[in-house]
Ligand binder design. Structure first.
Ligand code: 5RP
Length: 232
């Protein structure tokens, strides 16, 4: 299986958890896109779901493929969210936000009774941090916010570049109109402390550490898709 087939395998296995009539959070990224494509086939066959997208990108794909969409204000309590991840550790801690949708992804996941992550095995890590941690920040006071993040990192013994994410013609802007700082810490031994510290910085809108949020992760490898739960 190539990289795309692994994503499809994880997405296919996640579809088994989706029941007729569910209110469903729909994630963002290339793996989540595969899930949307498979979900759309079921919808075309008469399967009823009510989807809440985690990004404008996912919303566009859903509209294009006929997946029924609602806003989170229409459906503030969801049964299940299926989303990808940039990293997954053994306790189902995640780094997310490589696709820039971390704020909406976290809001939607928190509004869901369950969250299932879909990924290929390249995303599995012993300790979070190999993937640069996305930190969504307000444009106002960017330099002060970056300084506060750097000081927090130093207090926690974390080193590595913290760079503002670029786009084609300037800084990358999230769906909410914020910037993203990507922090290449390498290894984050105490992700809990970092999450608490980042949440306490006023200019930080949200960060890509999703701790104690995922209920299961479906990990696809050459030998098939296996499901990890927080207790395995
Ligand atoms: C977007 C995300 C994605 O879920 C994450 O980047 C994984 O994407 P992909 O499935 O393309 O590897 O967090 O903000």
């Amino acid at each position: 299986m190539d990289a795309r087939q692994l994503k499809i395998a994880a997405a296919q296995a996640a579809l088994d958890h989706v029941e007729d009539g569910m209110r469903l959070g729909i994630g963002t990224g290339s793996t989540a896109d595969e899930f949307v494509r498979l979900l759309a086939e079921k919808v075309a066959d008469g399967f009823a779901i009510q989807g809440v997208p985690t990004s404008e990108r996912t919303a566009r794909l859903c509209v294009e493929l006929g997946v029924p969409l609602f806003s989170l204000d229409d459906l503030p309590e969801l049964d299940l969210t299926i989303d990808g991840a940039d990293e997954v550790d053994g306790a189902l801690g995640l780094i997310k936000g490589g696709g820039g949708a971390l704020l909406r992804e976290k809001i939607v996941a928190a509004a869901s009774a369950r969250m299932i992550v879909i990924a290929d095995e390249s995303k599995l890590v012993d300790t979070l941090g190999r993937f640069p941690l996305p930190i969504e920040v307000a444009p106002f006071g960017l330099t002060a916010t970056r300084l506060a993040v750097e000081r927090l990192a130093a207090r926690l013994g974390l080193t590595g570049d913290i760079v503002q994410r670029p786009d084609k013609d300037g800084p990358y802007l999230t769906d909410g109109g914020h910037f993203i700082l990507d922090a290449s810490f390498g290894r984050i031994p105490d992700a809990e402390a970092l999450a608490i510290g980042l949440a306490a910085i006023p200019g930080v809108v949200e960060h890509g550490l999703f701790l104690n949020m995922a209920d299961a992760a479906i990990i696809a490898s050459q030998s098939g898709a296996r499901t990890l739960t927080a207790k395995t």
